[in-house]
Write a protein that binds this ligand. Structure first.
Ligand SMILES: [Zn+2]
Ligand SMILES: [Zn+2]
Length: 308
């Protein structure tokens, strides 16, 4: 959490509703992961109680923000579990009948969704507010929230399988077939991620993590850097960026501080697909110092992306 972000009192329902609406519009004043983390714990602590119900409404109104903007897998998992716990408790409590539930499940306006927090939190709620706070009604919103967050976990934190690519990227004796790998990486030319190039980078990241032979590591590291560099432009799923970062963290960065044979350094070397094995590395693209510099830069760049 940054120092500048104000802490929102989650029992001040009008302020919370206004903060949740701003956040859903993309202009939070508070720190969203911090606030959402507290909302999730408060839902989990007392899913059926009056405050827990108001917090469920807050979580429900935040579900698409969480789906698209939260890059912390543990936080999204905790929020999905809180919604599931609320669904179970509220379903068990059920609806006593005698009222009509508001049609809120289709609401997509942030103010309209956040208004539910205030409605539910109002003391001695009667009429529409009482029906909105009804466990039978809130159980549906809890289910809606749990489903949105579970789909976020699948879509945003899952990493595509690449086992089938072993047939293409490994030689008969188990070495990396760099010509095939580089051909696919070279497809990455525009700002939009090329899916085949992305699969090649994911495969390379897994190869680095599976203790790739030393001689293969510089090219594999550059392959991962190339696609990691595109994370902002194409909103790469945080699960994939996390895998890239884990793989890059295995690269030895000490050569960054050591002299190399390139007296001018590597200012002319742009991030592109690594050179093919048959091509002489005239510009020092695979120089350990250049690779360490590149990896260091991409680790900083993706750290910002994951925190954004
Ligand atoms: Zn009811
Ligand atoms: Zn060098």
């Amino acid at each position: 959490m940054t120092n500048r972000s104000p802490l929102v009192d989650t029992t001040d329902y009008p302020s919370l509703a206004s903060e949740i609406a701003s956040m859903a519009h993309g202009y939070p004043y508070a720190d969203p992961p911090e606030l959402l983390g507290r909302i999730g714990s408060e839902v989990s602590a007392d899913p059926g109680g009056p405050h827990g119900r108001a917090m469920l409404a807050a979580l429900w109104a935040s579900r698409w923000y969480v789906h698209w903007k939260i890059a912390d897998r543990e936080l999204v998992t905790a929020l999905a579990e809180a919604a599931e716990r609320a669904e179970a408790a509220l379903t068990a409590a059920g609806c006593a009948g005698g009222h009509e539930h508001p049609e809120l499940a289709d609401a997509d306006d942030p103010e309209e969704m956040a208004a539910l927090i205030e409605m539910i939190g109002a003391p001695g709620a009667r009429g529409t507010a009482e029906a909105a706070a009804c466990p039978g009604h809130l159980a549906l919103l809890a289910a809606d929230t749990a489903s949105a967050l579970r789909s976020a976990l699948r879509q945003r934190f899952g990493v595509p399988e690449t086992d089938h690519l072993d047939a293409r990227y490994l030689t008969a004796d188990g070495r990396t077939a760099f010509d095939a790998l580089i051909t696919d990486l070279e497809r990455q030319r525009r700002s939009q991620v090329d899916q085949q190039a992305q699969s090649a980078a994911i495969w390379s990241a897994r190869r680095l993590l599976a203790a790739a032979p030393e001689a293969e590591r510089p090219r594999l590291a550059i392959a991962v850097c190339l696609l990691a560099k595109h994370c902002y432009w194409s909103s790469t799923a945080p699960g994939i960026v996390a895998l890239y970062r884990k793989a890059l963290a295995t690269v030895d960065l000490t050569p960054r501080e050591e002299p190399c044979s390139h007296r001018e350094g590597h200012p002319g070397v742009k991030l592109a697909a690594p050179p093919r094995p048959a091509t002489p590395d005239e510009r020092g693209e695979l120089c350990p110092r250049r690779v360490a510099e590149q990896v260091h830069a991409i680790l900083a760049y993706t750290d910002d992306y994951m925190a954004s």
